[in-house]
Design a protein around this ligand. Structure first.
Ligand SMILES: NC(=O)c1ccc[n+]([C@@H]2O[C@H](COP(=O)([O-])OP(=O)(O)OC[C@H]3O[C@@H](n4cnc5c(N)ncnc54)[C@H](OP(=O)(O)O)[C@@H]3O)[C@@H](O)[C@H]2O)c1
Length: 346
């Protein structure tokens, strides 16, 4: 039976938030699988703020997505067909599957796939979240770069999001006082009531600087920045001597079409002998298990919670993607493309 591959391809470079007019919906027949190749059926696709940068013409830490190309992105799926010795039909893999039903990897491209040993009851999208690169981002970003010490004050922005919520909980496990910043009262209540944070600030309704000063009477030792902009500027004003600012993401700038002014309080890095350091999680992939093992244990013991926001249907990807920027997502944003064998359709 001929299989149809549904795909989202880049048609025009978005200005501001993405729109369906920036993409082509393509349905094409799959051809025969070449030698030395693996064809993967997508189950879940990860929607990530960084993909917005890849849609621009400028080169970032990877090449831009070309006009006419399938939108690049990570996903978890099932090997549908293989002519490669390392994989067989039914294997579960994580890789850059892209916004499509089927991704084909040939020759050296096969090396980019990671095989997963799935566990019953653990949804496969966890391998794109807490047990995947999001978990690694939080773990290495906080512990390697933020280097928090017991009793220190850690502030996290986008704290109810996938990365931020893990950072906040790991900081609590390490004995820190943790303040989260998020965009709704519901998210703030989750941070304090369910995750046990010491305070939360709704940046959409409160004066962030005033509340940060109130909730961090001893100043800020570690600021884990997911958003940049005014929130970064407020944190810079309150850092202690030898503070560490982890530059993980600056989502407030990702849809900007004009250069965004830099934070005026940057001079405090000098005054406070502080450091601000960026990182890309890809560089930590060789150390993956160093993060995944403790994260898995904390998850099983109930010391951390992980929330996912799963939306059904590849055809809904574009509208769903914008939730990352409006804050409508509550947890790791995932597109479900096919049945998950770990949780259903047994
Ligand atoms: N360096 C790396 O290797 C790496 C790897 C993964 C992710 N990241 C970065 O980590 C950050 C979080 O990514 P994620 O995948 O975990 O997504 P997420 O936090 O689950 O979702 C993004 C959240 O950002 C918040 N947000 C959106 N626009 C905002 C704005 N203008 N100001 C303040 N908050 C805003 C929204 O929450 P609210 O409702 O609270 O506004 C939204 O839910 C992003 O900046 C991403 O680029 C970096």
């Amino acid at each position: 039976m001929t299989k149809i591959n549904r795909q989202w391809r880049l048609k025009t470079r978005p200005e501001g938030m993405v729109d369906t007019s920036n993409f082509d919906w393509v349905e094409e027949e799959l051809g025969a699988l070449p030698e030395d190749s693996v064809r993967v059926r997508s189950v879940y696709l990860s929607l990530d703020p960084t993909q917005r940068g890849w849609m621009r013409a400028q080169r970032g830490y990877r090449d831009p997505i070309g006009i006419g190309e399938v939108i690049v992105g990570s996903g978890v799926g099932i090997v549908d067909e293989s002519t490669h010795g390392a994989y067989k039909e039914g294997d579960i893999v994580v890789g850059m599957l892209g916004w499509q039903d089927y991704a084909t990897f040939t020759g050296k491209g096969v090396d980019s796939l990671t095989q997963v040993q799935p566990m019953d009851g653990v949804p496969l999208h966890y391998y794109l979240g807490v047990l995947g690169f999001i978990g690694m981002t939080a773990y290495f970003g906080l512990l390697d770069i933020g280097d928090p010490k017991e009793g220190e004050t850690v502030v996290v922005s986008a704290a109810a999001g996938a990365t931020g919520s893990l950072v906040a909980q790991i900081a609590k496990i390490k004995g820190c006082r943790v303040i989260g910043i998020a965009g709704s009262d519901e998210k703030c209540a989750w941070l304090t009531d369910d995750l046990g944070l010491d305070g939360a600030i709704n940046y959409k309704t409160e004066d962030v600087f005033a509340r940060m000063r109130e909730l961090c009477p001893d100043g800020i030792d570690v600021y884990f920045d997911n958003v940049g902009g005014d929130i970064l500027n407020a944190a810079l004003a309150l850092i202690n001597n030898y503070a560490r600012i982890v530059a993980c993401g600056m989502i407030s700038m990702y849809n900007a079409e004009a250069p965004v002014p830099g934070p005026s309080n940057i001079v405090n890095l000098i005054v406070r002998r502080a450091k601000m350091e960026g990182f890309i999680v890809l560089d930590y992939f060789p150390r993956a298990m160093e993060a995944i093992m403790p994260l898995g244990q904390w998850l099983m013991s109930g010391q951390i919670q992980f929330r996912s926001d799963v939306v059904d249907g590849l055809e809904n990807t574009i509208d769903t993607y914008n939730r990352l920027f409006t804050g409508e997502n509550f947890g790791k944003l995932i597109m479900k493309v096919a049945d998950d064998p770990m949780t259903e359709a047994k």
